[in-house]
Write a protein that binds this ligand. Sequence first.
Ligand SMILES: [Fe+2]
Ligand SMILES: [Fe+2]
Length: 241
Amino acid sequence: MTHEIYQQGSLDLLTELAYLPNANELLMPLKGHHKPTYNHSLYTSLLAIEFGGYNNIDDDGLRVLGLAGLLHDIGKKNSDTKMLSISNLSVEDMQHIREHVSHGVEMLRDFKPEEVRWIVALHHSFQKKPYTISGEKDVNYIVGIIPSKLNKERILFLGQVFAIADMCDRIISPDYNNNQSPTSIDGLRERITSGFIGNQEYVNNIIDSIGRIIVEKKITEEVYIQKAIDTRKEIIEMLST
Ligand SMILES: [Fe+2]
Ligand SMILES: [Fe+2]
């Protein structure tokens, strides 16, 4: 396992969470329905755990982020696979895909920890063209329906770090970006910043941490990105057998 750029603890946590019965039974139907979305979920989970660490999120929060990574797109189990595989969709088809958020939130109604469900509800709320559930665009709509026993501020914090991880898989993975992965960390920062409308401080914490890892490991930025792509492949192989 090429784990030099990620913490061994993050990889161990991803593996533990992927086999938790309550998560696994929701994730497996997605694997059968659309493997690329399953692959995306695995790597988003690893990135969410890592990026959570870069933002000093505690262990409970990292578990929530990892589970959200695995489960955030399970609503796509109800999406037409043809539509999931093409990028230039019509307005109606786009609406069909957007419904994966509502479907996912519904599928997670009894899931514990409950925070996971609300991060899933928010996972497209911090991108340039945001949407949540039932076509609502406003984050405040979701905040308004989060049960008051939960810490809404913390969910908003975790939700934003999560949204960056979700975007990052699409930026880094050659499967999604037509082999247009960034070649520098500034390139990565620009791509995140241009698509993310949440708190930029969380992006800066991630980019600064990546910069420190590159210095510590004595590798180039290009090597870092290549290792990220290689690790993605490795975890998909490891968790797909
Ligand atoms: Fe999604
Ligand atoms: Fe996603």
